[in-house]
Design a protein around this ligand. Structure first.
Ligand code: 3H9
Length: 714
């Protein structure tokens, strides 16, 4: 761990995969520092890390244990004091990422150098906590209050160049990091100046008066963007303490606020989501040894909205794309949409013209199958029709190389039926992207009956490369996300037939935390799309099943939602660019008439009933998905809903939320609905069992993880 180069000691942290500061690292670092402090031959110290990154933070596992017990997280203070008080200059040498506790460690060093590609940040608030290792006190001292507030509230890491410009990093190292860091340490020794302690600085802190506008603006941002995450406001309070209190008192205040954040309910949920997203990549028969194809070239069939979005996602990740359609007009339309999307990113300052040119150059629009034999993955994104998809797959079978992964972007169709027209069903997989495909993080990876483990590994690798979370799901109708969405959607439609309004339902759901209300979602996705899916999945073939009565009528009236200017709501180009739902009296009349004709007694419906019927419908179907093996674990369902359906991450996903309410109470309410509202509310048997046994989905997942612990992820 410690190597000595002349009079410079290099202390290297080596704790794969991301050098988290767990207890072992803290102890080893403390004893290494004690040794170099005592070694008279050593005049300066470099702290660096082995492997792919500097230090990605405190051990989030330790924090999670604290969140579920007394709220007291790992104590990094003695270590940081040891670093900062060392009588020899200490230089942090940063590559990869310095995040959370990693950046806090670096800020306790006297100097920081970094390679150009490094990124530095305090992402704690996104985990529902605040920096608890003096980061709220040191960051404003180094970069000023405004920048510190922005970094901590957004949680977004900044590039090394930005960190250098704002004073967080002292030097950017070109070439070998250790050589550069050692040379930098020697320069500081040669200067002979006393080495600076961040805690002693106040030149960038300003006065409370000067900072008042920055704190007010930050509080407003926190209120607007993270109203349900207490850590956001607590973080601002902690930074304020840096301005108003001496360093040690500020640290004490940070400690109190940190414990408060760790004990909060959203913190448990957000930590759950962090680990759930990583667990999703673990599939029992996909091990580290499963050979995944490196994906550098992809062909996409269909240049429509989905195909174009997938092409952008791939091009953004540095993958070469062949984008195919059948007519020059379709291809032009598709490429125009891609160009327009990129132009909007430039306008918003998210991308430079040069970056866009580079990405566009990766996409080759074409009408034929030229160079298809070079693609590692082909993604079909044509219209949702089995006949059409089968025709495309029969062609792909002929023009791609044998090992190529043949993927279909479908939200409803049977993967095995599509695979059956090829000579290699084991190479076929579903990749269910969510619209807009270049933005949404979720990728449902649908495993057919024959899909081989290496194809699943390739799909998981591709998801990661695209910056998405891949969740492996079984080939059952609707997969996971849409299967659960329909009972939820129908329940909201029954609620309006019984007396609620679409506006009331959507207000209740968005207040509860959903990104959008169910009716607004239906209008956005298209009532024609939902109609087609209803036919495809045959939801109401059984006449004894209660059928929602209004959606079909709106469909027949050509009210497809946003794209036709009306659906459940009205849309006007003058209101929110045609995207803001406006309640429509015509729809309210239609609902009332339809309900009366059907003999439904209309009544006032409470917000509580709306919330429970909507969310519990989602949960009950989620339990069935789990019991059918539709998802590998309950937390995968949470990942699907948080990343693809606007479920609030701070509630942890539908299954985690159910655990927190208590499965017994959820079960009893669903059983009541069953008695009052009929057979669609029959409690899922697994829910009944867990409720009676007093168990949770979280415990069920933990047992499963233990049983399948041996093989590691892709
Ligand atoms: C903090 O620091 C609090 C402080 O203020 C102090 C309080 C007292 N700990 O994401 P990947 C695991 S809070 C434990 O797939 P990538 C992860 O679970 C922390 N484990 O890799 C996974 O395990 P497995 C603030 C961690 O290359 C494996 O590493 N820091 C931690 O795509 C690979 O992870 C953050 O929030 C951790 N800190 O991305 C940073 N980090 O293989 C969180 C990762 O068993 N981390 N693991 O499933 C990240 O953002 C990404 O992991 C990173 C690498 C960008 C670093």
């Amino acid at each position: 761990m410690v190597t000595v180069d002349g009079d410079i000691a290099v202390v290297q942290i080596d704790n794969p995969p991301v050098n988290a500061l767990d207890r072992g690292v803290r102890e080893a670092l403390a004893s290494a520092l004690a040794r170099v402090a005592a070694d008279a031959a050593v005049r300066a110290v470099v702290i660096a890390s082995a492997g792919r990154t500097f230090v990605a933070g405190a051990d989030i596992g330790e924090l999670e244990r604290a969140a579920w017990s007394d709220g007291v997280g790992p104590d990094l203070h003695p270590l940081l004091a040891q670093v900062e008080d060392l009588a020899k200059p200490v230089v942090a040498a940063i590559h990869g990422t310095a995040l959370g506790g990693g950046l806090e460690l670096a800020m306790a060093c006297h100097y920081r150098v970094a390679v150009e590609s490094a990124r530095l940040g305090l992402p704690e608030v996104t985990l529902g906590i605040i920096p608890g290792a003096e980061g709220t006190q040191r960051l404003p001292r180094l970069v000023g209050v405004e920048k510190a507030l922005d970094m901590g509230l957004s949680g977004r890491p900044i590039p090394a160049s930005d960190a250098h410009a704002s004073g967080l990093v002292d030097q950017i190292v070109e070439g070998d990091l250790l050589a550069g860091a050692t040379a930098f340490a020697r320069e500081q020794l040669a200067r002979g100046a006393p080495h600076p302690r961040t805690r002693d600085r106040s030149d960038k802190l300003g006065t409370p008066g000067q900072n008042a506008p920055a704190f007010a603006a930050a509080r407003e941002t926190a209120r607007k963007t993270k109203p349900h995450i207490p850590a956001a406001a607590l973080f601002i309070d902690a930074v304020e303490a840096a301005v108003t209190l001496p360093f040690d008192a500020g640290v004490r205040r940070e400690r109190e606020l940190s414990a408060e954040s760790v004990r909060s309910e959203p913190c448990k949920a957000l930590l759950h989501v962090f680990f759930a997203e990583r667990a999703a990549a673990k599939v029992p028969d996909v091990t580290r040894d499963t050979p995944a194809l490196p994906v550098n070239k992809v062909a996409i069939i269909g240049a429509g909205t989905m195909g174009g979005g997938i092409a952008m996602a791939c091009a953004n990740a540095g993958i070469t794309v062949h984008l195919v359609d059948t007519t020059p007009a379709a291809l032009d339309r598709g490429m125009d949409a891609v160009r327009r999307n990129y132009a909007a990113s430039v306008k918003r300052g998210r991308l430079t013209e040069a970056a866009v040119a580079e990405r566009l150059a990766r996409i080759t629009p074409q009408l034929d199958h030229k160079d298809f034999d070079e693609a590692e993955v082909v993604i079909e994104a044509v219209f949702e029709s089995m006949e059409l998809k089968q025709r495309v797959f029969a062609e792909l079978n002929a023009v791609t190389r044998p090992g190529c992964v043949l993927a279909t972007n479908t939200s409803t169709l049977d993967i095995d039926a599509i695979a059956s027209v090829t000579s290699r069903p084991e190479r076929v997989v579903g990749l269910h992207f969510f619209s807009p495909a270049n933005v949404m993080r979720l990728l449902e990876i649908v495993r057919g009956g024959a899909t081989s483990p290496d194809v699943v590994a390739t799909a998981l690798g591709l998801a990661k490369r695209l910056g998405k979370v891949g969740v492996v799901v079984r080939n059952l109708p609707g997969f996971v996300g849409n299967r659960m969405m329909f009972p939820y959607m129908y329940e909201t439609q029954f609620l309006v037939e019984e007396g609620a309004t679409p506006e009331q339902v959507d207000r209740v759901l968005t207040r509860w935390g959903m990104a959008m209300g169910m009716f607004a979602v239906d209008d956005m996705a298209g009532l024609d799309v939902a109609w087609r899916v209803r036919q495809e999945l045959g939801h109401f073939r059984d006449p004894s099943v209660r059928r929602p009565l209004v959606a079909d009528q709106l469909y027949a009236m050509g009210r497809y939602g946003q794209k036709t200017g009306s659906g459940w709501f009205r849309y006007s180009p003058d209101v929110g660019g045609g995207r803001t739902p406006i309640p429509d009296p015509e729809v309210l009349d239609l609902i009332a008439r339809t309900a009366t004709d059907a003999g439904i007694t209309r009544r006032e419906i409470s917000d509580e009933e709306i919330e429970q019927r909507a969310i519990y419908a989602l949960i009950n179907e989620g339990v069935r998905v789990l019991a059918d093996g539709g998802a590998l674990r309950a937390s995968d369902i949470d990942v699907v809903y948080v990343n693809g359906y606007g479920f609030p991450a701070w509630r942890g996903g539908p299954m985690f939320y159910a655990d927190r309410v208590g499965l017994r109470s959820i079960y009893e309410r669903i059983a009541e609905f069953h008695r009052e509202l009929g057979p669609r509310w029959e409690p899922a048997p697994l829910l009944a069992r867990l409720a009676h046994e007093g168990r949770t989905f979280r415990a069920l997942d933990a047992e499963l993880a233990e049983r399948t612990a041996a093989p590691a992820s892709a």
